[in-house]
Design a protein around this ligand. Structure first.
Ligand code: SME
Length: 160
């Protein structure tokens, strides 16, 4: 059994270091990408407070397709360049969105979402997936969250 209780008083850098270590341990030796994405989505959910959605979109046939996640059912396909996820995938760059209503073309999967962080997962120079986190709080994510999720993406890129 894996059970992690987030401590909001803990410095974010430590939380992300623990999250990355837990993800590495959980996916070590397991080649199944769906199982690994499912467990990593669950870890994000457990480690990071104030989320209403956490999970993956995968690059499939030149677009993004919904992957394992925690949260409400979400839109299944997102064209590259559209929404926060499609922008992150097309640019190969993290999108930190303090106010989703101010992001042109934001795709609202859960009306409760107020802020969002999307990080590309890059393998051999290609964006193979994105990690998407949504929060019901405005400006929930900052540069430390971006660096932390980027470290997570790098740690799992070979096995998702
Ligand atoms: N808001 C995202 C869509 C995915 S949901 O948040 C899960 C976007 O604009 O790409």
């Amino acid at each position: 059994m894996y059970d992690f209780t987030p401590d909001p008083a803990r410095p974010k850098a430590e939380t992300y270091a623990d999250l990355v270590a837990a993800a590495r341990a959980l996916i070590a030796g397991e080649p199944d990408a769906v199982a690994n994405m499912a467990n990593v989505a669950a870890l994000i959910w457990q480690f990071l407070p104030d989320l209403n959605w956490a999970g993956f979109y995968r690059t499939v046939d030149g677009g993004l397709v919904l992957g394992p996640f925690i949260g409400k059912p979400a839109c299944i396909r997102i064209p590259l360049g559209q929404g926060v996820c499609g922008t992150a995938a097309a640019a190969g760059a993290t999108q930190l969105v303090p106010d989703v209503h101010a992001f042109p073309g934001h795709i609202a999967c859960d009306a409760a979402s107020r802020s969002e962080l999307v990080v590309p997962v890059i393998r051999d120079g290609a964006v193979i997936a994105v990690i998407d986190c949504d929060s019901p709080l405005s400006a929930r994510f900052d540069a430390e969250d971006a660096r932390g999720l980027e470290a997570l993406a790098a740690a799992i890129a070979a096995t998702v």
